[in-house]
Design a protein around this ligand. Sequence first.
Ligand code: GDP
Ligand code: IMO
Ligand code: MG
Length: 433
Amino acid sequence: MPATVILGAQWGDEGKGKLVDRLAEQATWVARFQGGNNAGHTVVLGEQVLKFHLLPSGITRKECHLILGDGMVVDPWVLDTELKGWLESSGEDPKGDRLFISERAHIILPYHRFMDSLDKKIGTTGRGIGPTYADKINRVGLRFGDVAEVLGDDAWTTATVARMNASLEAAGAKDRITHENLAGNIQWIHDTYHHCIANTGLMLDNALKLGEHVILEGAQGCLLDIDQGTFPFVTSSVTSRGNATHGAGIHPGHVEEVIGITKAYITRVGHGAMPTELNDEVGEHMGTVGHEFGTTTGRPRRCGWFDAVVMRHAQRINGFTGLALTKLDVLGGLEELKICVAYELDGKEITELPSTASAIARCKPIYITMPGFPSLSLPEWLAMAASANKSGKGISMLPLAAQQYIAKLETLVGVPCTSVGVGPDRDATIDCV
Ligand code: GDP
Ligand code: IMO
Ligand code: MG
């Protein structure tokens, strides 16, 4: 079987964790390929709420192998905490058994966190992501595969401490790195992970050649892409389809399906303009009913109407073969629903996303309006999803106005929906037939 790519199509938090967990039932491998523990992916199994920052969301499926791929930046201490949490809840330590870390993935060290904590402009997650990717691009970063080589290498440690402290001083940070701490960190990373560091691209390639199904789990979303997002208010990796296979260490020919995930509205955490942002009771409704708080930092997410300009941009970059629409339930109870179809920029109507932050900030949304549909309780949505999937009636069981809303989004983006989310639970998803 080929690989399936699952990508956020907006500014992140679209519901990637939930979809990956659901689709991983059919897979034997789930690989992250970019980003790091800036991600926060939620999986809800009944009463159990699992939040993953580094562990691929397919960990919930015992037969799935898990890869932290070449293009990632990984904080080994965050991974350790996450693994301890998983051990506590499941009794399993998957390291070296079904969890493998790429020898090419870069390591987030305390230095990177110190540097990131100085950010005031972007509103980063503060997890050291940007500084670690900066070291990678500057070709001075440390990869998991390098750890055994620098272990006990005093000259390397001395030079690295000097470089890091010079950067911290120049940036105005108070923190400093000591020789003893860095050497100790390297030793701990080696001791903790040496048995699960591998050529993970080769493992995935071999699995695909044997006909196994691989899911490539994106983090963040298209509008946070370093090249194609709302620069500079973006993350530091390529979040899009072009990097899914590259960051996993396999070639693009393996991919057949690319699913773009989008909320039925839109949210954003951190700084940077979001043209359809609502600072009114509708935005409050979305935030409250949708529990819109960042999974990683707990910051409130800014909410707004679905933006078809953003989605068409994401479609051009990624060529989605299907859309997974999430959080439709959250719009229940709103009298009318708006969809942004174009922007007004300096008195002119435009249909493409501008490239500069200041132009995006001046864009005023142009809306079409559609009728709303009633709200249901979560058990009612769950019951509807169960019945819709069992009977094969799919989304024809949704209220007519909801069906019309979905049909309009499909037309505007030019991609069919493959599933519609109607609640946080794994089973609160209606497969489109
Ligand atoms: P990710 O980063 O893309 O994996 O998304 P997050 O987990 O950060 O945020 C998505 C939030 O929405 C989580 O709290 C999910 O449990 C929740 N969620 C996902 N799909 C749905 C849905 O269809 N309806 C509702 N109400 N919540 C959902
Ligand atoms: P998931 O995978 C939402 C945002 C941050 C900030 C910007 C840069 O859960 O969808 P960074 O720490 O990456 O340098 O921050 O990107 N951001 C996310 N927003 N979901 C995410 O991940 C995000 N990861 C980073 O809020 O605006
Ligand atoms: Mg998230």
